[in-house]
Write a protein that binds this ligand. Structure first.
Ligand code: ATP
Length: 344
């Protein structure tokens, strides 16, 4: 953690002690259909806290309740029960709204606008004076890398530039919390990188960011903490490392030389049988003639010893063995499979 981060965190602790975002026992039930016979429980007892300077990621499959949660935080949807506070103020209150910036999933900026005129428009909507708008516009154009392109119509912008302008509009009134809904959806890697760099700069400045993204790699790169939501319930919260540590199986990558066709299905099946694991826990691809890469998903350390013994006995030569860090995707799939489609 940088010095700036540390001092910001302790400053926050010394203040009222209120978290930037504090959600407790939040439920939201939508009355389903015309006759309200099939109510939908979009959120079922959600507890979340985020502090100053955090980039907090929310992950979940379609229909998990992410948009509903964001709408509650913005004060657009009223929860059925539970509480939600931003900076110690009830969501939806003027005080809370003033400190929040929002980038919706599909922001539309009129084609006739330039970056400069669009920011002036959003500044006026926020009640800013012309002097404040002029000053903030320069800062933000610089932050999002649009200085020099600020007098072109946005219709000429790439998707990445457009999204960075979207970030700037959300920041116009200098909010302390930024809620970003799928900010890099549809962007190429260069566009994503541009948005990610802005997010990182904002984090350095001590802003708190609440990020909804289905791009797991991105969440892994940029978020300080992540919550996984499935069927309206939080299934895990923590840093990516904390969350993935709890995965019960570990994956190993083994590069080996073999005189025979090692990747044959019957060969892999026989090895799996010998060490007592499912045959689909072993995946193998041929890298070159006589060179194979084996991926083994193992739940106990002793299985690795048995696998190595088994490989050696069959005269295979192990060139490299490496434990692979479980990815956020592994965790996501596990939590969603465990809880996703099962009726609770
Ligand atoms: P996605 O990733 O697909 O956008 P999500 O995680 O954002 O999904 P929500 O949009 O919050 O999920 O929806 C959660 C559940 O609530 C879904 O079953 C959805 O159909 C339902 N839902 C959302 N909005 C309404 C509404 N206005 N009326 C009735 N049901 C709704």
């Amino acid at each position: 953690m940088s010095q700036l981060h540390e001092s910001l965190h302790s400053e926050m602790q010394n203040q009222s002690g209120a978290a930037v975002l504090d959600v407790q026992g939040l439920t939201k039930r939508y009355s389903g259909g015309v006759f309200k016979r099939n109510p939908i429980e979009a959120l079922r007892g959600v507890d979340l806290k985020a502090g100053l300077g955090e980039v907090f990621g929310i992950l979940g499959p379609n229909g998990a309740g992410k948009t509903t949660l964001i709408k509650v935080l913005l004060g657009v949807v009223k929860p059925t029960s539970g509480s939600a506070h931003l900076f110690g103020q009830s969501v939806g209150s003027v005080e809370a709204r003033r400190r929040v910036g929002y980038l919706p999933e599909s922001l539309r900026i009129d084609r006739h606008h330039t970056a400069r005129s669009a920011l002036a428009y959003y500044g006026r909507l926020s009640g800013m004076t012309s002097v404040a708008i002029a000053k903030r516009t320069e800062e933000l154009l610089d932050l999002v890398g649009l200085s020099g392109r600020d007098r072109e119509p946005v219709s000429r912008f790439s998707k990445g530039m457009y999204q960075r302008l979207g970030l700037a509009q959300a920041l116009m009134h200098d909010p302390d919390l930024l809620i970003l809904d799928e900010p890099t959806d549809g962007l190429d890697p260069v566009g994503r990188n541009g948005v990610r760099r802005v997010i990182e700069t904002l984090r350095e400045q001590g802003k708190t960011i609440f990020l909804n993204s289905h791009i797991l790699q991105e969440v892994e790169l940029v978020c300080t903490r992540v919550a996984i939501l499935a069927r309206g319930k939080i299934r895990g919260v923590g840093t990516v490392d904390e969350l993935t540590q709890h995965l019960s199986s570990e994956t190993y990558r083994i590069n080996l030389e073999s005189a025979e066709q090692f990747d044959r299905a019957d060969n892999l099946q026989s090895i799996a049988q010998q060490i007592g694991i499912d045959h689909d826990s072993l995946l193998c691809r041929k890298r070159a003639e006589g060179i194979f890469e084996l991926h083994a998903s193992l739940s106990e350390r002793s299985q690795l010893d048995s696998l190595v013994d088994c490989l050696r006995e069959s005269k295979n030569s192990i060139q490299h063995l490496e434990k692979q860090r479980p990815s956020l995707e592994d965790l996501f799939m596990k939590l969603v499979e465990d809880h996703g489609d099962r009726a609770e």
